[in-house]
Design a protein around this ligand. Sequence first.
Ligand code: NAD
Length: 492
Amino acid sequence: MSADPITIHAIINGEKAPAEKNFPRENPAHPDEIVGYAPINTKEEAIRAIDSAFDAFKEWRRSEVDDRLRRMERAIQKIKDLTPEIAELLSREHGKALWDSEGEIAVSIMWMEYACSVLKDVISDEVKEHENGRTIITYDPVGVVSAITPWNYPISLSTIKVAPALLTGNTMVLKPSPFAPLAVSRVIEIIASEFPPGVLNLVHGEADVGVELTSNPKVAKIAFTGGTKTAKSIMKAAAETIKKMTLELGGNDAAIVLPGFDVHDPKAMRRMVISNFLTSGQICMIAKRIYVHQSIYDAFVEKYIEAANRWIKVGDPFNPEVTVGPVNNQNQVKYVKSLVDGAEGKGAKVIKLGKIMNPELMDNGYFLQPTLVLGADPHDPIVVEEQFGPTVPIIPFEDTDQVIALHNESIYGLTSSVWGDEEQAVEVARRIEAGTTMINTAAIQGLDVRFPFGGVKQSGVGREYGKEGLKSYVETHVINIPKSLDLPYIPE
Ligand code: NAD
């Protein structure tokens, strides 16, 4: 499927801002096809966008909550109506299967609707009459928010920030990743058009724009999803003006398979395979290392390969049978390949998984056939690094203490999963250092937008989703009206 390339623009103060330079975004399945062009915005354009958000905040912070809700609900309806068009664009620029793109938009809508439904609960004033007088607690917007997002789930990881920020009375400048800038820009245009000029601004570009967004004194909060290394630069850039931060970062999520796991349950095995290979493994919360109890290791590997060969169908994202598309970009292909080759070079066994549906695309497109890695050292990079691609190592373990130690020695702690008897799995989960632990499922299959999501250790700061995902865009402001104004211990 191909179409004429589109050109998208920055949005500054409610207007499309033509840029002097644009960059092309290619189709990872057919890299010769340019899907569209996005602007290379400059530092000056980033400053204009921040200024416009700063000016708009003065009015927007005082806007009626019902007005904000009406605007967001209209935007949600438009996104719903345009889902087929946006999903197609996303698959073409990103490489994920069409159903996967539709799923991403569906989750985005689910979250935006949830955020609308709990807004009043989260930000309505609390008034407390007590023995010392009266206290009013208000939840005030933070100010200008810089949102910086990655390429793997560009729409959901942007709307996860835009909806709570705008609903709670903040203004925003958003910068998507250059590796998937197009479909998310359509979504941001739709939302921005429902709000007053300057409330939601969009700029594109790389680190220089990112540095302005994270260091400019008019920015009060940073909402960032991306790599842990980038987050370290962002924290430094933001330190000078002590910005609030929500950081959703890398992970090396483990799946721990207990002896009670039924390897003969095909549904559970399918869920496991999807936990590793959905979106070609390019999800922060994908299970990136599987630890299997040694008593069931051989049977697990055998059944896993059978299940993987049934579910994994590699090819063109627009082929309706395809479940695993190309990797999003060449750097990622090289990186994942280097991890697999490195492990193989040290004696690990690499097993190719799945069926190739479009062999004609494999050489030119950014494809990597999914692999299972057996016999790697538990401290090999394929196990301890975040691969972010279609490969997964399986490691046997002897007892619970050992596997929990292996799990917790990671610098990361985003999500994790425990598979087996439910009660035993919950007991193991309680000992795991992670923001979310799922039982008998993993990755997006276990995600619920009504509950907070985020990482411990170097996987992040703060939470998105759930009521906490809205609360992180407000400052708690206490207005105290004491009955007695004289403190007994202060001398006359
Ligand atoms: P990345 O860190 O390379 O880029 C993320 C964004 O930061 C991009 O928009 C990029 O242009 C921008 N950026 C780069 N340098 C910057 C700088 N110095 N200052 C400000 N902005 C800068 O990440 P990526 O490769 O796009 O995404 C993959 C990473 O994201 C993986 O590590 C993955 O685990 C993580 N991720 C985390 C979550 C989560 O919820 N925890 C979700 C998805 C992805």
